[in-house]
Every structure is written in C-alpha cells, then in structure tokens.
Design a protein around this ligand. Structure first.
Ligand SMILES: O=C(O)CCC(=O)C(=O)O
Ligand SMILES: [Fe+2]
Length: 279
C-alpha cells in the first residue's frame, strides 16, 4: 500500500483545542488490499453488485424526480441529463458518498480528511454520442506522470452495457505522461450489472460511451480530491447549513467541515465544524 506522509506539521498543533482535529484511522476491509493493488496497477477497479436491486430501484425512482435539462456541450452530452448539487436535493445518495468499500480504498490513496469534489446524476439518453476522452483531475495543471490528485466512482444504477453507454476507460493510462494520445480504439467499456461501481484514479483516461439503445443509462458519480485542493463544487455555497447539520460526520467532513492539518479550512481561527454547532 502507498505510505502516507506522517502528520508532522500537524502534530505540533494536535493539542490545540481550537482545531481539535483527529486523524481518522485508515479503514481496512478484507478486499481493500486487492482493490488498492488494482487501482495502482490498472488505474481502476470494478466492484460488482454492491447495491441490491431495491436500492437501485429506489435510486431510479428518486432520480426521475430530479432529472431535467440535457447538457450544454459535447462534454456534458447534448442528450445527457445531469443533475448537479445533488446533496442539497436528496438523501438517496448518502450511502454511496461514504460507502465503506470506497472510503477504505481512498484512505490508502489520500491523506486524511480528503474531500468530496463533486457528486452528480448522469443519465445518458438514447442516441447520445461518446463523450470526449479525458482525465478527471486534468484541471489541476501539474505535469504528468504524477500521482492522482482525484479519484472518481461511477455507480451503475442501471446495468452498464457496451451498447447503452458504459463508461469507456483506457486501462493503465493513469501512468501516461502528457504526450500520450488518447484514442477510442484503446478503450474498453466498463460493462457491469446494476448496483456495481467502477472506481478509478483521476489520472485515468476515460469517457462516457455512446448510447445505441432505446433506454437511458442511469449513473451516479462521486469524485474526491486530496484535502489540500480546491473542489469542483462549492459545497459551502450549495448546501444550506441546516442541511449539512443533518448529515453524518463522515459526510460533513467530506464536504469540507474538516481541516487539512494544521489549519487549512479554518473559520475565524476555529475548526469549521464549529459553524454547525455554534450559533
Ligand atoms: O457518464 C460517464 O460514464 C462518464 C462521465 C464522465 O466521465 C464525466 O462527466 O467526467
Ligand atoms: Fe470523467
């Protein structure tokens, strides 16, 4: 497993009650070592059938109420519906945001108090073209090859098939430098049953597939980033504090109610969690 740097700068402040940060223990499940090895070797891992049929059905029903506009460009997909700011709108995805299998994998990639960067529903409708290939952490303009600064999870709420728009990925492209040319003929579709998830490094080249069927392909995707980076969504402005107060601590922390030790993320010299309890 990747060794994480010791919390050296932080230890000088560890006694400081204002920040009161704790280092979450690194979570380990029986599958974590294999998940991590696959992520480091191939850049991705597919975990099948983590969600049961009833959960997928409940998510389909809940998503239908939220789906609306289609995308504004080829990247979003002109026939693809995307719902942004999901965590302000519904609680049906909470268990996917801090799913133990995902958290354990991320604990071995990032330093503690890594962040959720974005969460969205993606429904690729019939007739949609393939999304341009890209890497999800490419907007952090640090030359490649480099360690991943982000990690993405894409949950197949409908089964993903080669015909309905399964995410195309290029295995091992997380190791590429900046000069490599991504082309679709090197990509493979993440075919997986409903309730499965593909987790991949932010450096892996991928893109949504074309949908050549008569039905939508519903997915939920959550992306994470290292705790010292700017997140794609500005959750502090998106999610009302009354809503954040109702969330469990792991999700609050992922939303930025946490510090990157010793004090990045502070509010008026205090731990940002204080804003949820102090009035
Ligand atoms: O919908 C998909 O399968 C992939 C979407 C994606 O990679 C993105 O929007 O960044
Ligand atoms: Fe992507």
């Amino acid at each position: 497993m990747t060794a994480k740097p010791p919390p050296s700068a932080a230890s000088a402040f560890a006694h400081d009650r204002r920040f009161g940060f704790e280092f979450a223990a690194t979570r380990d499940l029986p599958e974590t070592a294999a998940d991590h090895a696959a992520l480091m070797r191939d850049g991705y891992v597919i975990i099948e059938s983590l969600l049961d049929t009833q959960t997928c059905e409940a998510i389909r029903t809940g998503s239908r109420r939220l789906l609306g506009a289609t995308g504004r460009n080829r990247f979003e997909g002109l026939k693809t519906q995307r719902v942004y700011n999901v965590l302000a709108k519904t609680r049906i995805f909470d268990d996917l945001i801090d799913h133990p299998r995902l958290m354990a994998a991320l604990d071995h990639i990032f330093e503690p108090n890594y962040l959720l960067s974005q969460a969205q529903i993606i429904n690729i409708n019939p007739g949609e073209d393939a999304q341009p290939l890209h890497s999800d952490d490419g907007f952090y303009k640090i030359p490649r090859p480099r360690p991943a600064l982000g990690v993405a999870a894409i949950w197949a709420i409908d089964a993903f098939t080669a015909e309905n728009g399964a995410t195309d990925i290029i295995p091992q492209s997380h190791l590429w430098g900046d000069g490599n040319q991504a082309s679709r003929d090197r990509a493979v579709p993440c075919v997986m049953p409903e309730g499965s998830v593909v987790i991949f490094l932010g450096t892996l080249i991928h893109g949504g597939g074309a949908n050549r069927t008569e039905h939508g392909r519903l997915a939920f995707t959550n992306q994470y980033c290292a705790p010292w980076l700017r997140t794609q969504e500005n959750f502090f402005l998106e999610i009302p504090r009354e809503t954040v107060r109702t969330l469990r601590p792991t999700i609050q922390s992922l939303l930025g109610y946490s510090v990157y030790p010793p004090f990045m993320g502070m509010v008026d010299s205090m731990h940002p969690k204080r804003t949820l309890t102090d009035d």
